[in-house]
Ligand binder design. Sequence first.
Ligand SMILES: Cc1cc2nc3c(=O)[nH]c(=O)nc-3n(C[C@H](O)[C@H](O)[C@H](O)COP(=O)(O)OP(=O)(O)OC[C@H]3O[C@@H](n4cnc5c(N)ncnc54)[C@H](O)[C@@H]3O)c2cc1C
Length: 506
Amino acid sequence: MGARRGHEVIQRLRETPPELWHRGKRVEDPTTEPGLANGVRSLARLYDLQWEEPDVMLFDSPTTGQKVGRSFMIPRTQEELASVGEMMMRWARATFGMMGRAPDYLNRAISAYAGGADFLAEPDPRFGENIRRYHEYMRENDLCLTHTLINPQINRSVGPARQKDPFLAARVKEETDAGIVIRGARMLATLPISDEIMVFPSTLLKSAEEDAPYAFAFAIPNNTPGLRFICRETVDYGRTPYDHPLSARFEEMDAVVIFDDVFVPWERVFLYRDVERCNQAYHATGAVVHMSHQVVCKNIAKTEFLLGLVSMMVDAIGVERFQHIHEKVAEIWVTLQTMKAFRRVAEVDAAPNAYGVMSPAWDPLDAARNLYPRLYPRLIEIVQQIGASGLVAMPTWADVTGPLAEDIMKYYQSARLEARERIPLFRLAWDTALSAFGSRQVLYERFFFGDPVRMAGALFHSHDRSQYMEMVREFLKQTIEEMEQEGASPTAPVPTSGDGAKGGDA
Ligand SMILES: Cc1cc2nc3c(=O)[nH]c(=O)nc-3n(C[C@H](O)[C@H](O)[C@H](O)COP(=O)(O)OP(=O)(O)OC[C@H]3O[C@@H](n4cnc5c(N)ncnc54)[C@H](O)[C@@H]3O)c2cc1C
């Protein structure tokens, strides 16, 4: 089949819809369902984009030679890796980074897992073979994934086995010759309007014995019997793109996933009952690195958008001469350059991993994924601080075309924009910084890659800082040596500069 076009994405979703529930009702057809259909259209549009720039977006399949999506590439050279980065930038810019779960995010994950298949094969060669075949299947059919890692937020002070019911968190209920049966729930899965779901290990399993039934990695079609997605309330309220320019386009949706005795055939299982290996899998295969590569591209696109948006707002209302405005715009610009630098250094310093996959440098990407969750809320605060009341004093399309149109055209103009130009600009700013869509984006940025507190903990423990400690230690040693040369001993009081009278005064 090869790389898909948008109409094929829509057709497949219409013909094989997952069991989505929204506002208490089963969604019959996500491609027409109010609140979901616009997101489906934007997703489809990304696939059309592949064919508008095939040289950037596609590459020749290593097995069939047909054109397939570049985000499925397992890069072996720096040039190949950079070409994936370029492809991801095109998709990210198409939604201003507002669909963080564009398919490339998990295409990168599954490609890295396939590249590191030997890691999965160590306990059982079948698992390695399974992931290779699955990656090929996804690539050749250009399918799109969601994923779910986290157990339901019921009682975080104990692990999944010690909840009120051991089947609240998804776990293995039984094992047969043909596969495993899963019962329980996971949260969350963004983009449930996709084709397949990766149910992979979170990195939080603690006890080898107790947590073994929760330790697995598999992928299945979203329409597998017993698999249910309970969607949150949509943030696309069915308004026009004029009124809700982002919400009416880029609602990717998040859902809690219920496994009601879901059967998973062995050929779709990649890790099983191996707590230690589950905890290591994202890092050991390089999946987290390649996913973070997509994330930094998304961050760049999102920050470019914010810089353009805020600059236009400043210009529109004539506040460009105030110093604090300069400072705030500068903050966005610096964030953009920081993200671009992270991406660049990650690609330039890329090196083959243990499996020969060209992998972006991890340190800058780890820095990016830890920093942006802190910066994005601040950038949104800047939109609010500069937009001020302009973010709420915004008429709708119905107002603009209604009986008060004349008043609106007069009183909603700005220093440099007519009302008909200013209103859509500030509606866009409202949808970015104030609407339900905008708030969900902030929450997404804060948490989607994990709890920032525990991510910082992982960073603290995993990056070697000893060379910097050594630098400081050396400097302190020199100081002592200098003092000793002057006749002082470490046990004697160190003379302060001056004659010590100050100390005597105290
Ligand atoms: C919009 C959105 C989209 C998402 N999409 C996906 C997705 O597609 N797939 C997916 O798998 N996940 C997704 N997530 C989930 C995301 O991975 C989690 O939000 C994140 O890992 C944090 O877990 P939690 O939400 O369960 O928070 P909790 O773990 O319940 O944390 C709640 C609070 O308690 C604190 N806390 C809890 N435990 C500890 C601890 N041990 N030490 C210190 N502090 C602690 C946290 O710091 C936090 O302040 C999404 C989240 C959001 C908000």
